[in-house]
Each structure stands twice: as structure tokens, then as C-alpha cells.
Write a new protein. Structure first.
Length: 202
């Protein structure tokens, strides 16, 4: 679990790794520290075992050779036939070493293995506004999202009303189409009755 530490506490953390180590053990498919890391290629790039399997399965369905997502070298396979080669040392680093959250301004520290879960709640991760689909663009620090919602309530109301107006217009258009289709169907039924009557008289 990640937590805030003081400068004094940080000085007594010999297993606190730097950002380059975090980058080295980050899966280039899911962009989180590897979960059950495997060596994906001869260039020593690492991926989650499950992510690499998904990549290889997708390539197989397309009838192509799977390649490392980082360097494009062919994916290597272990003696068990599975994609990637197990790397116990890398997994030991991920499971035991500490790192600082890479989000600027966060400063919390925790195990590399917990970084994946931490980013789901990190206060400094950039997240979109809930009204982004309506047109409120931009990303905000997670801990600033409530403030954004309070400050921009008028904009969000305006965007919501505009979308409702658009929906009403669309619904009205659909109603017009339905009425037009009903008139066309009525004409077809009338023509069918006339044709049937002509056939019965002849």
C-alpha cells in the first residue's frame, strides 16, 4: 500500500528505486509494473505474462508472428511453450522494492507491485471531467475534480441543456420519420386492397 513519507523516513529507505528502474519493469502493453514479469524478447524487455499471451494470441489469429511491443523483435518462448521467459529476479524486485509514485505532486511511496492499484486512486492522476462527453474538455488532478465540478457547474448545465435540446430535436425527427413511414404503409395497404379487389372481380 502506498503512503506519504517524510524526508527523514525516505533517507532510511535503501530499497527505494529510482524512476529508471520503474520504467524498466513497466509492461509496455498495460503500462503498469509487470504482474508475473516475463522476458518478451532477446533485448530484455519485460511484459506481464498475461499481457504477452494476449498479444501472441492476437497475432496468431491474424496469422502473423508476435513481436515485442517495444522494439519489434520477435517474441521469445520458454521451454514450456509459453510466450516469454520467466525472470524471477525481476519479479523479486517488483515484489520487494519500494518506489515513489511517478505522478508529479503525489510523493507517496509503496511497493512496485502495488503501484498498479495506487494509480487507480492516486490524487494526482489526471482524470477527465464526467461531462467530457458533453464537451467539457481537459484533464484534472483527481483531487481537484470536485473543485472543478463546483466551479464549472454553469458550463455543465449549459452543456447538458444543449445535449437535451439535441436529443429532443432527434426524437422529433424520428417521430416525423415514423409518421411518414405510417403514411407510406397506409398507401401500400390501400393499393394492396385495390389490387386484391381487382383480382377477385376478374
Amino acid at each position: 500500500m502506498f503512503s506519504t513519507v517524510t524526508a527523514a523516513e525516505r533517507a532510511f529507505m535503501p530499497n527505494l528505486v529510482n524512476s529508471s528502474v520503474v520504467d524498466d519493469v513497466t509492461c509496455t502493453i498495460c503500462l503498469a509494473p509487470c504482474d508475473d514479469a516475463v522476458r518478451a524478447c532477446s533485448a530484455d524487455h519485460y511484459n506481464c505474462a498475461s499481457c504477452l499471451k494476449t498479444l501472441v494470441d492476437g497475432a496468431d489469429r491474424l496469422g502473423s508472428a508476435a513481436r515485442c511491443p517495444q522494439c519489434r523483435d520477435p517474441v521469445i518462448f520458454g521451454r514450456n511453450g509459453k510466450a516469454g521467459v520467466s525472470v524471477p529476479l525481476v519479479n523479486a524486485v517488483i515484489n520487494t522494492q519500494l518506489c515513489e509514485c511517478p505522478m508529479e505532486g503525489c510523493g507517496q511511496v509503496g511497493r512496485l507491485a502495488d503501484l498498479r492499484d495506487h494509480t487507480k486512486v492516486c490524487p494526482k492522476v489526471k482524470v477527465p471531467c464526467p461531462y467530457a462527453r458533453l464537451g467539457c474538455d481537459g484533464l484534472h488532478d483527481r483531487d481537484q475534480l470536485d473543485s472543478h465540478m463546483r466551479d464549472e457547474w454553469a458550463l455543465h448545465l449549459k452543456l447538458t441543456n444543449e445535449r437535451l435540446d439535441s436529443v429532443v430535436t432527434s426524437v422529433d425527427g424520428v417521430k416525423d420519420d415514423v409518421r411518414g413511414n405510417k403514411r407510406a404503409l397506409d398507401r401500400l395497404q390501400a393499393d394492396h386492397r385495390r389490387y386484391r379487389g381487382d383480382c377477385e372481380q376478374s
